[in-house]
Design a protein around this ligand. Structure first.
Ligand SMILES: C[S@@+](CC[C@H](N)C(=O)[O-])C[C@H]1O[C@@H](n2cnc3c(N)ncnc32)[C@H](O)[C@@H]1O
Length: 254
């Protein structure tokens, strides 16, 4: 077996990763929630809900009935533990186990890049939302447009390889509009590309360093992860480090 093709994300690593991601994508989500008047929705579905962080956030805004669905049973188990008021199911975004026209709003966050057939997933999201209801596809990154400086931090190849290795499309962001439009939607599109301040970078990098060191295979990769950390720390110290990952989003009414 090719060791480079083994997936490394287990439930614990997913939890760490999703919790971190939930933090730095918050501002974008709340901009979208305002556009779709989320707090006044009654019944919402969170597709690819993972450990239920987004579902719980939506419930916390006053939405009385929030459902979540994910392919990964271990993540659904965690979602149920974290958010017992949620209605969680194991299931596939490409064949949603709900009747037509069930929800006022159907949302997904950082999901379509992971789905084998995102066209089918959006078609299913459209099917289960009520006529006039909102479909939200939020935070779809495009690693082909990621910027890291100083240049020595440009690990674009390694990053895109690692993402593909886990089964996701690192360049999905740029395809989002085409995927939504192909399903007869007329999406309003946007990009969020925040430049993190030094404090945020340091906090986020702590997780990234830990993650890289945990997942690096073999002495060479472990040493590489350590050297990245050392160079990152030096650049942060010198105030020269920047990093930017554009996140695409699209919202549309059925
Ligand atoms: C990056 S995570 C995002 C989780 C959550 N939306 C969040 O933002 O915290 C992507 C999720 O999509 C789920 N996923 C991937 N393909 C799926 C599919 N076909 N159907 C349902 N869930 C899927 C994964 O199991 C994973 O939990």
């Amino acid at each position: 077996m090719d060791p480079t093709s083994e997936k490394v994300l287990n439930a614990e690593l997913w939890e760490m990763h999703l919790t971190r991601q939930f933090g730095w994508t918050k501002k974008l989500r709340h901009q979208i929630y305002r556009k779709v008047n989320m707090k006044n929705q009654k019944k919402v579905l969170d597709v690819g809900c993972g450990i239920g962080l987004i579902s719980r956030e939506i419930f916390g805004m006053g939405v009385p009935e929030v459902h979540g669905i994910d392919l990964n049973p271990e993540l659904i188990k965690k979602a149920k533990e974290k958010f017992p008021e949620g209605h969680f199911k194991i299931g596939n975004a490409e064949a949603l186990p709900y009747e037509d026209d069930t929800f006022d709003c159907v949302t997904c966050h950082f999901v379509l890049m992971w789905v084998r057939n995102p066209y089918k997933a959006v078609s299913e999201m459209k099917r289960v939302v009520k006529p006039g209801g909102w479909i939200i596809c939020a935070s779809e990154p495009d690693y082909g447009a990621k910027i890291d400086y100083p240049d020595e931090f440009n690990a674009a190849d390694a990053t895109t390889r690692a993402i593909r290795n886990e089964g996701a499309d690192p360049f999905f962001g740029r395809k989002l509009k085409a995927v939504m439009s192909s399903q007869g939607l007329k999406p309003k599109m946007g990009i969020s590309a925040d430049l993190w301040d030094d404090k945020t970078m340091r906090r986020e990098f702590e997780h990234v360093w830990k993650f890289s060191e945990m997942t690096a295979k073999g002495t060479m990769m472990k040493n590489w992860a350590k050297s990245v950390r050392k160079r990152d720390e030096e650049a942060l110290e010198q105030g020269t480090r920047i990093t930017l990952l554009p996140l695409f989003w699209g919202i549309a009414k059925k």
